[in-house]
Design a protein around this ligand. Structure first.
Ligand code: ARG
Ligand code: ZN
Length: 471
């Protein structure tokens, strides 16, 4: 949903009329959106504004059936285009007419419409599909996490392929309606607000809506037996949390942490500005994996996050991403520091708030604990490479870079920058270069050398963050 690409239906129709040669000049869309880390992720030639996913899931067998209706706009005269997807497709319609389709590569669905799409034309793409997502392995893994009572889609950067066809890259954000039919007694959780729920013939339908632009990897679905808690913050924000009924010994710590969501959102709002979305919350399914993920408005937490006791720090991290990552999204994956460096730094500020050590103390600790020959310093948080995208250094050295920035510009300017970034780029996409521009504008300082030392050099900076800026 890139603003410059949105064309009204009227002008699209005029374009069609004014452009009779489009069929001759139409070419296939690129099979990737142009991200050097992941050349085949996302696609070229169109831009999605909305996904409507109508799903039916059988927890006993992991059988998923779906119809995806995708609203898109062609950004070139388009003879053919790709979606990223890995389940079995039975039919594709483009603007109501049957389209030819073929699965190619690991996750490409190649669609050839009956007639080419003119640049600027709206397209409604319907994909009917089915599969057993836990059995679908791509690049050696599956992002669909099977549980004893259902399944979950949560993974970064990959997770969409296992449950809906998409332009799978954060550069193309869209709104979502996710409708899930499950047997009575089972819950389906997704992003945003539960707009309706109904039961008949032994099946219950849950209709979830995310009304703000959302990256495809931040879309999530969880089916299983959950206890769902719903409350409203003093500011009127609905908080929906869900806990698997099967969390065992981790149940208490998970609830004691995730139930702090509303309070933590209020605290983060004082740092980052108003919370950008219409609802918030988290869910803890009974998966075996270890990570958490900032799925938009409804954070995914693995129970293992709470195996060591309560953990409000992870809640702070994932909620900080709602501003840094979800509302302001990456334009390309190499800029991952814009997400992880700031989410980690929010944890350091929370530690300070809780009287458990200041951000500066934590920075000094991280700097000291990794000797100069530690591989930690070989990872550049500002361009870590696809294999190190979630390396510890992206988080901890990334937060050191934030502390270095804070010391260079002073607290007043620093906290102004922290709030201005998610305010100026709300619901959009942005780059490291744009962050530098904003921080330089607000601070009145040149920050290129500092960012080079802390983010883009494969060596331990000579001075800790307390020292004057290097360079
Ligand atoms: N953004 C996530 C976090 O820091 C990291 C998720 C890593 N992805 C994965 N599939 N393990 O909370
Ligand atoms: Zn993170």
């Amino acid at each position: 949903m890139r603003k410059r690409m949105i064309v009204s239906a009227v002008s699209a129709a005029l374009l069609l009329l004014a452009n009779p040669a489009s069929a001759a000049s139409a070419t296939p869309g690129d099979p990737g959106i142009g991200d050097p880390y992941y050349p085949t992720y996302g696609n070229g030639g169109y831009d999605v504004s909305h996904y409507d996913l109508r799903l039916k899931y059988q927890p006993a067998t992991d059988q998923l059936e779906g119809t995806a209706t995708i609203l898109a706009t062609a950004t070139q005269n388009l003879s053919r285009f790709n979606l990223d997807f890995a389940l079995d497709v039975s039919e594709v319609l483009v603007n109501g007419r049957k389209a030819a389709f073929a699965a190619t590569g690991e996750q490409e669905l190649e669609v050839t419409p009956a007639a080419p799409l003119a640049k600027g034309a709206q397209a409604t793409v319907v994909v009917r599909y089915s599969g057993i997502p836990s059995k679908v392995v791509r690049y050696g893994f599956t992002a669909w996490l099977r549980t004893p009572d259902g399944g979950v889609a949560a993974g970064e950067p990959e997770s969409a392929w296992w449950w809906f066809p998409s332009n799978d890259h954060p550069a193309d954000k869209a709104t979502f309606d996710v409708s899930v039919l499950v047997p009575d007694g089972t819950q389906a959780i997704s992003n945003g607000v539960l707009v309706s729920q109904s039961s008949k013939l032994g099946w219950t339908r849950y209709n979830w809506r995310e009304n703000k632009p959302q990256a495809t990897y931040l879309a999530t679905i969880a089916i299983g037996k959950f206890d769902v808690s719903t409350e409203t913050t003093a500011g009127g924000l609905p908080v929906v949390n869900a806990y698997s009924k099967d969390l065992g010994d981790n149940d208490g710590a998970a609830r004691a942490s995730v139930q702090r969501t509303g309070e933590i959102v209020d605290w983060l709002s004082t740092l980052f500005g108003p919370y950008p979305f219409s609802a918030v919350g988290g869910y803890v399914p009974n998966v075996r994996t270890g990570y958490a993920l900032e799925t938009q408005t409804r954070v995914f937490y693995s129970p293992r996050q709470f195996a060591g006791g309560s953990n409000t720090s992870v809640v702070v991290h994932e909620l900080a991403h709602q501003w840094y990552g979800d509302s302001v999204s990456l334009e390309r994956w190499s800029d991952i520091w814009l997400n992880e460096g700031f989410a980690r730094y929010a944890q350091w500020l929370w530690s300070e708030h809780e009287n458990e050590g200041t951000a500066q103390e934590l920075a000094d600790y991280v700097y000291a604990v990794h000797p100069a020959d530690d591989a930690f310093w070989t990872v550049k948080p500002g361009d870590p490479g696809p294999d190190n995208q979630f390396d510890l250094a992206v988080y901890d050295r990334g937060a050191l870079a934030v502390q270095a920035l804070r010391n260079a510009v002073g607290d007043e300017k620093f906290f102004e920058i922290l709030k201005a970034w998610p305010t100026e780029h709300r619901y959009g996409n942005a780059t490291l270069a744009q962050f530098q521009d904003l921080a330089e504008r607000i601070s009145g300082q040149k920050l290129g050398d500092l960012l080079q030392v802390w983010l883009l050099t494969a060596a331990k900076p000579a001075n800790p963050t307390t020292a004057p800026a290097a360079g």
